[in-house]
Ligand binder design. Structure first.
Ligand SMILES: [Zn+2]
Ligand SMILES: [Zn+2]
Length: 207
């Protein structure tokens, strides 16, 4: 494997990303190096690059730049650390980017995506707008079977959000009615597909 890779880096908030050559990280312990084959452009990435999440100034969050954005990642395993179990080079995977510190209240109750001191891939550490991305632990990988990485890359973000709303929060049952507000958006189209699979009743509503 080469020593360097290309990456689109956030160097200055509010400015276009810059194409740079950076070292390819080497995985150690439970870490996995993923060759990026699909990288979604989430709307939150656009806000992140602009330096503002609504009224929140990204600079006030203490995020360090330059950083490689991109948290919707899928690809194949390029290298594994010596502590990795169950994954080997060439395996197709999607990445869960919502990594927590493992010690706060939310991490302890299994809500790691709400962590008070997150280590989000693509914000706190380098993300998927690069040829390779280092994942801190193999437990953040989903194995892909039939999906290709381009189709799969948005699922751990735009897919998991409506999945949680419909499956875990609303616990939709077959024949129940579901209203998807904003059904034409990125998350909304996912919500429609998930509700359909769950057997919910979907009727078009045109105001
Ligand atoms: Zn996203
Ligand atoms: Zn935490």
């Amino acid at each position: 494997m080469a020593d360097y890779m290309r990456a689109m880096r956030l160097v200055e908030f509010g400015k276009p990303l810059q194409l740079q050559e950076v070292p390819i990280p080497r995985p150690r312990g439970p870490e996995v190096l993923v060759k990026v084959e699909g990288a979604g452009v989430c709307h939150s990435v656009v806000h992140f690059v602009d330096g503002r999440f609504g009224r929140i100034d990204v600079k006030a969050l203490g995020l360090r730049i330059p950083v490689t954005p991109g948290h919707e990642i899928a690809g194949s395993v390029a290298a594994v650390g010596e502590g990795v179990v169950g994954f080997k080079e060439g395996d197709k995977v999607a990445v869960d980017p919502w990594i927590g510190d493992g010690t706060c209240h939310y991490c302890r109750i299994g809500e790691e995506q709400l962590c008070e001191h997150p280590i989000k891939i693509g914000e706190n550490v380098d993300g998927g707008f690069a040829e390779y991305v280092l994942i801190p632990h193999y437990r953040y990988l989903y194995r892909l079977r039939n999906l290709n990485p381009v189709e799969a890359s948005p699922l751990p973000c735009a897919g998991l959000t409506p999945y949680r709303a419909l499956v875990r929060k609303a616990q939709v049952k077959p024949s129940e009615y579901v209203v998807v507000v904003g059904a034409g958006g990125g998350l909304g189209t996912m919500a429609v597909q998930i509700a359909k699979v769950m057997g919910a009743v979907m009727t078009p509503f045109l105001p």
